[in-house]
Design a protein around this ligand. Structure first.
Ligand SMILES: *Cc1c(COP(=O)(O)O)cnc(C)c1O
Length: 404
């Protein structure tokens, strides 16, 4: 089935890819809410456990609805195999832990989602896996961090929250030369705008919680790579450590994938319009959007991405209070730390997602007190522009109060 489906384009894959029909021939994918499976006789159970008879054994190992989601993601990403996970962080953690041992070394870009930063910088070292965090845009820094023990490279591009871009192909070359795997967290790019495997990455991970669900309902994640690695390294870890995806969430995410392309196209177009609309506003001192020519890595964006982003970050005058004034004045855009949602959401990274970091670490990552990160949703873009410009206008008029 998969080989036949590979020739279809992404929008078609997202509607049909991986569908398995039961004997009832249902149109919409069935939700197999079952922990286990029964066997016709004891011989059948023996054959299933031996692997002589392909089929399902227990939903921690595999489940038909989860398998449909994994197959659809595999086709979309152009990977050979995938495993669904309970959350995006379960995917990140599985992608690293399943193939690392004490004594190994990991190199990661330092502009990371908060929990990824915890896993790489705090958790792995406690398990005996040392890590070095580098400025991901500095290719020499990746190269210089390599040790004889380096086994994995990890990066997010575009990064959270400043949408910094890393040259995936160049870093993949450095990783390959030292025999390490490159793992790319592709959440901010979405499976539509960037294809890390084609650029030389070994593994791609997603938080399906974000754009893939895109409607704020459930958590999920997925790890994609080549078949041999998935079967030999990832599958045993998933089976025995158990960060498995719920069949219910897999079903929600399957239905979400059907609309992913239209949602991302609309959200990214609105994000580009919004970025242009506010870039010249007197209250905006900096704008970060991969689709604009003033993005510091605009050349990389053109080379490795097929779209801008559904995210826009910008800095306003007046530091924390200036940013709070803008966020509090918004009527349509809601304050939340989530992203990729149908609802437009604004975050103040310095006091929420990146609160855990020290002032120095935040400064190093360019996360100023006036920085706001906007996830652009499906509302009418004109309402979003009016909402944001009104809030920025009001901020310009509000005297900056001292932050208590
Ligand atoms: C949200 C996110 C994660 C974690 O995903 P969860 O589903 O919340 O566990 C990892 N990486 C990036 C870039 C994210 O945005």
């Amino acid at each position: 089935m998969a080989d036949n489906q590979k020739r279809f384009r992404p929008a078609t894959q997202m509607v049909h890819g991986g569908t398995m029909r039961s004997q009832f021939g249902e149109t919409s994918e069935a939700m197999f809410m079952t922990q286990g499976f029964v066997y016709a006789d004891a011989e059948a159970a023996e054959a299933r456990f031996k692997g002589d008879d392909p089929g399902f054994v227990y939903s921690r190992y595999a489940n038909p609805t989860v398998a449909m989601f994994e197959e659809r993601m595999t086709l979309l990403e152009g990977a050979e195999a995938a495993r669904g996970t309970a959350s995006g962080m379960a995917a990140v953690t599985a992608s690293l832990l399943c193939d690392l041992s004490a004594g190994d070394h990991v190199i990661s870009s330092r502009a990371l989602f908060g929990s990824c930063q915890y896993i790489v910088a705090d958790f792995l070292p406690r398990m005996g896996v040392s890590s070095t965090l580098v400025d991901g845009t500095d290719l020499d820094a990746w190269q210089q961090a390599v040790t004889p023990q380096t086994r994995a490279f990890f990066m997010e591009t575009p990064s959270n929250p400043t949408l910094e871009l890393i040259d995936i192909a160049a870093v993949a070359d450095i990783a390959r030369a030292c025999g390490a795997r490159l793992v790319v967290d592709n959440v901010f790019a979405t499976p539509l705008f960037q294809h890390p495997l084609r650029l030389g990455a070994h593994t791609v991970v997603y938080s399906a919680t974000k754009h893939i669900d895109g409607q704020g309902r459930c958590l999920g994640g997925v790890v994609l790579s080549d078949e041999e690695w998935v079967e030999e390294k990832l599958a045993p870890y998933m089976k025995h450590a158990g960060p498995s995806m719920s069949p219910f969430n897999a079903w929600v995410l399957l239905k979400s994938l059907e609309t992913l392309e239209v949602r991302i196209a609309r959200q990214a177009a609105s994000a580009a319009t919004l970025a242009d609309a506010i870039a010249g506003h007197a209250a905006v001192s900096r704008i970060f959007f991969p689709g604009r020519d003033d993005h510091p890595q605009a050349e990389i964006a053109r080379r490795q991405m097929t779209g801008g982003s559904t995210m826009v970050s910008f800095e306003v005058a007046g530091g924390k209070q200036g940013a709070f004034n803008v966020a509090n004045a918004l009527q349509v855009i809601r304050i939340s730390n989530n992203l990729g949602d149908a609802k437009s959401l604004v975050t103040h990274p310095a006091t929420t997602t990146h609160q855990r970091l020290s002032d120095e670490e935040r400064a190093e990552l360019d996360i100023g007190d006036g920085l706001l990160r906007l996830s652009v949703g499906l509302e009418d873009p004109l309402d979003l522009i009016e909402d944001l410009t009104a809030a920025l206008d009001a901020a310009g008029e509000t005297p900056i109060r001292a932050v208590s």
